[in-house]
Design a protein around this ligand. Structure first.
Ligand SMILES: [Zn+2]
Length: 138
């Protein structure tokens, strides 16, 4: 798999603003389609199921399961002590998102999570504007 860690500030635009407002409020928000009810991540303007533009969101439970992961050892990531673990997480609500799993490597740098490991979201406040979701073993 390829996954891009949060090496730069995420793009915040009209479609994703609700998500970042959510993390700042301690909520993991998943975009929903008001027309057909489909959930989606990443957020976008139109529903991939029915093409409707009428969108909302729901607050996810913040729990999910590791679908896949990578231990990122190189190249260096500004502000990060490597290795870090980046996972694809299947939320219980049925959407998949990418995130950093903290405290997930042992002293030898091996991952301490596996496919299927249960995770729970947590939040890392970067500054007044940005709070990143991070994940821990549940
Ligand atoms: Zn739809």
């Amino acid at each position: 798999m390829t996954a891009t860690p949060y090496v730069v500030r995420p793009m915040v635009n009209r479609d994703s603003l609700f998500f970042w407002d959510g993390t700042r409020a301690g909520e993991l928000r998943v975009q929903t389609c008001n027309a057909c009810g489909a959930k989606r991540f990443p957020p976008g303007p139109a529903c991939q199921s029915c093409d409707a533009y009428d969108r909302g969101y729901e607050v996810a439970s913040g729990e999910g399961t590791v679908f896949s992961y990578v231990v990122h050892r190189h190249p260096p990531v500004p502000g990060k002590e490597l290795p870090i673990v980046i996972a694809l997480i299947d939320l219980d609500e049925g959407v998949r998102m990418v995130g950093e799993v903290v405290e997930a490597v042992d002293a030898d740098g091996a991952a301490t999570i596996d496919i299927g490991t249960r995770l729970r979201v947590d939040y890392r406040r970067v500054d007044d504007d940005l709070t990143l979701p991070i994940w821990r073993k549940a």
